[in-house]
Design a protein. Structure first.
Length: 141
């Protein structure tokens, strides 16, 4: 548990460093991460989804989106299937900034993972998946 906590603290510090370098709040970085994760999972990145993932009310979520939009990191776009719904898209420049900063860290972690055999990687995956479930609150009805 102490090592997991230490990893999360260090990762949080890197996120804060990235935020400071790019004129963002740490919550903005978490928002970008949530939106990129939604895109990878082919989930519609709505304002509601972002608010839920960040644990923010609607005013807080709007403030984050407004900041990211002003910085050119996020665009609001109309859903092609439901014109009433607004989707959020991370802009290419934000992705480039993220890769530039986090790419070497990601590569380092992948190098470590490559040193593990498939059974070890499966164990790490199972552990992280289970640990995430412990920390993820149950959805409220």
């Amino acid at each position: 548990m102490h090592l997991l906590r230490a990893v999360t603290v260090e990762f949080g510090l890197r996120q804060a460093e990235f935020a400071a370098r790019n004129g963002m709040h740490p919550t903005d970085v978490r928002a970008l991460t949530c939106l990129l994760d939604a895109a990878r999972a082919a989930e519609p990145a709505t304002v509601g989804l972002l608010g839920t993932r960040l644990g923010l009310n609607s005013a807080g979520t709007t403030a984050v989106i407004d900041r990211l939009e002003r910085l050119g990191h996020v665009a609001r776009i109309r859903d092609g299937h439901d014109r009433r719904r607004v989707l959020l898209r991370v802009e290419p420049e934000a992705i480039r900034l993220g890769r530039e900063f986090f790419g070497p860290l990601t590569d380092g972690v992948l190098d470590v993972l490559d040193s593990f055999d498939p059974a070890e990687r499966d164990t790490v995956h199972r552990f992280l998946t289970a640990a995430r479930a412990v920390f993820t609150p149950e959805p409220r009805p």
